[in-house]
Design a binder for this molecule. Structure first.
Ligand code: M6R
Length: 612
């Protein structure tokens, strides 16, 4: 989604803003812009549709703009098509203020009509322009920029992270936040705002996270923060331990490939501090044993791939805990009048910790009295801060839009949570507990083995990359795995792909199978291997091309029917999807590569979906 970066310092702002915006590119965008302020040249602004390199050309890499204070933006269009005019920053009618915005102003039409009636002319179709126009209108009336900002914030409804320049204050800019991520960065003789920390990591690791309703005044001398009532407050500072190089490609053609390869290490880092002497130890939980024993029902709420982790979780947590587990898409949960109360634990899963639907589902769950535990990758993100308990995945920054290492670490952590709770609730036999822990410990090395043998996957990708429809079929955990394999393929290669529970084939889908249809048949869930084989036989009889995925121990059986067989090492059956996903990620990657797709930034997609 949209990315914001702001800088106030003692050096030229534009090159720093452009560099910061480049680091936010991964979030997804269709246009970009920057505005800088200097006493001599006033407010200068450049913006354009398309990639950042266009903006670089327009500004001679930032050199054509002078000023030590500025704001920049990458836009992911919501209101109004992606074009130069709708790009941010947006300027007020008389050019007194410039605004960048992430989020949606829900009552923008009403405000727009009000301002038009006052004689104000609008240039763009965006909701954001009302912020600039309304602010200038109030400022012109009062002459006091801070009271005008508060008045404007009182009037607008919706979600926002805002960066605001005012020509009368060339040494500073203003930031405000409600329901959209924004952090403050403290550098040496300079200060920053950013939608996420990767934009400023090169300059500082010291940050604060803005809370809803807060307003910040940012200058080279420092940052002053005020609460919703205008009272100055002290912000807690955090040191980010992410490595700059982790957010860089480091010689790889794509972040996605690099992140696929990083999975064994990410899983190790997520597991190791929490596995002690054969036990799962979740010191990071505040929940008491008594609370854990008291839950009558669990919900797992998430979007996209994080939801797919939840589908695996439903199977595994119900098995381990013998308690009903519902997995619900956050966008459905929040409007479904869910049967949640104080006897429920709601687990929210989110890589970014900023997905708006997941955030709103979390708030609803809390309002209904449930305890909320989140599994999040980004420290200090909104979801992490608003949850009763947080378990962090230690995947490091994930830049490719298509998630890989975050998915894998979420899954491992959810399984660990299941084990931990099951032990406290007394629903797992000691030998079963030990077997799962042993399986977890073996996973990173097993993943490494899968990553060492990518030749066959590459070959199959080159054979099937021009198919335009693919089906993933599987049962139980293989069905959950298929959901993610299918999403990976479609989001980066743009091939139409669907995942079905194999048992459903005869209830409709099999009519779509014709000679040459590609079916990815998943047979890694060994308790149902024979049933998986029957389904392979069925689709083969209808002429499908089959790529099968199974475990090493079942290769020979699978080869009797399927021509192309990929294998992964045998793991504990609850953990098998952690291995099965790796060849599917690689298959999607190699297919997209063959098709010449923009792998790290697929069309229309954003890394962090901060609007509904
Ligand atoms: O940051 P989150 O985990 O909350 O994001 C949820 C989805 O937007 C995300 O998993 C999305 O589906 C990915 N592009 C999938 O690769």
């Amino acid at each position: 989604m949209c990315g914001i970066v702001g800088f106030a310092g003692t050096t030229e702002a534009a090159p720093i803003l452009l560099d910061g915006l480049e680091r936010l590119e991964y979030r997804g965008y269709d246009s970009a812009g920057v505005a800088v302020l200097s006493e001599e040249r006033g407010l200068q602004m450049k913006k354009s549709k398309g990639r950042l390199k266009v903006l670089r050309e327009l500004t001679d890499d930032g050199r054509s703009m002078t000023g030590h204070v500025g704001i920049g933006h990458t836009r992911w269009a919501t209101h109004g098509e992606p074009n130069d005019v709708n790009s941010h920053p947006h300027l007020s009618q008389n050019g007194l203020v410039a605004v960048v915005h992430n989020g949606i102003i829900e009552n923008y039409l009403e405000i727009k009509e009000y301002l038009i009636a006052k004689g104000i002319c609008f240039r763009s179709e965006t909701d954001t322009e009302v912020v600039a126009q309304l602010l200038e209108y109030y400022y012109s009336n009062s002459g006091d920029i801070m009271s005008a900002v508060y008045k404007m914030l009182d009037r607008i409804e919706g979600a926002y992270a805002l960066g605001i320049l005012c020509v009368d204050y060339p040494d500073r800019f203003i930031a405000a936040r409600k329901d959209a991520p924004l952090l403050l960065g403290y550098g040496k003789d300079c200060s920053f705002i950013a939608s996420d920390v990767t934009a400023i990591l090169k300059h500082t690791r010291e940050v604060s996270y803005m809370a809803d309703g807060e307003v910040a005044v940012v200058s080279s001398a420092g940052i002053r923060v005020f609460d919703a009532m205008g009272r100055e407050i002290e912000k807690e500072r955090h040191t980010v331990d992410w490595d700059v190089s982790a957010a860089e490609k480091g010689g790889y053609a794509h972040f996605m490939y690099k992140e696929i390869l990083e999975q064994p290490e990410a899983v190790r880092k997520t597991m190791h501090p929490r596995l002690k002497d054969g036990r799962v130890v979740l010191d990071d939980l505040k929940m008491t044993a008594e609370q854990i024993r008291g839950f009558r029902r669990l919900f797992i709420v998430a979007c996209g791939s994080s939801y797919h982790v939840g589908v695996v979780g439903k199977y595994n947590l119900e098995h381990l805990l013998r308690v009903p587990v519902e997995v619900v898409l956050a966008s459905e949960f929040r409007y479904a009048d869910p049967l949640v109360d104080e006897n429920c634990l709601v687990i929210v899963i989110s890589q970014s910790g900023e997905t708006l639907d997941s955030m709103m589902a979390l708030r609803l769950a809390k309002k209904l009295g449930a305890r909320v535990l989140s599994i999040v990758n980004v420290v200090g993100s909104s979801i992490a801060r608003e949850s009763d308990d947080v378990l962090y995945t230690w995947a490091g920054p994930e830049i490719a839009v298509a998630t890989t290492k975050a998915y894998s670490t979420q899954m491992v952590l959810l399984n660990m949570l299941g084990l931990y709770m099951a032990e406290l609730r007394g629903t797992v036999a000691p030998e079963d507990y030990a077997a799962v822990v042993g399986g977890l410990e073996a996973l990173p090395a097993q993943m490494e083995r899968v990553l060492e043998n990518t030749g066959t996957i590459q070959y199959l990708a080159s054979r099937y990359f021009n198919h335009n429809s693919v089906f993933f079929i599987g049962r139980n955990l293989d069905y959950a795995l298929g959901l993610e394999g299918s999403l990976k393929l479609k989001e980066i290669s743009y091939i139409h792909s669907e995942a079905y529970a194999s048992g459903e084939l005869k209830h409709g889908t099999i009519s779509l199978i014709e000679p040459g249809t590609l079916v990815i048949a998943l047979g890694t869930y060994t308790p149902l291997f024979d049933k998986a084989m029957s389904n392979v036989i069925e689709v083969k009889a209808r002429g499908a091309d089959i790529v099968a995925l199974t475990t090493e121990s079942r290769r020979a059986d699978m080869e009797k029917t399927a021509g192309n067989v990929l294998t992964v090492p045998d793991a504990h059956r609850l953990l098998q999807p952690s291995l099965g996903i790796v060849p599917l990620q690689l298959f999607a990657y190699f297919v997209a590569l063959q098709r010449g797709c923009d792998i790290d930034k697929p069309r229309n997609l954003a890394k962090s979906v901060t609007v509904e």
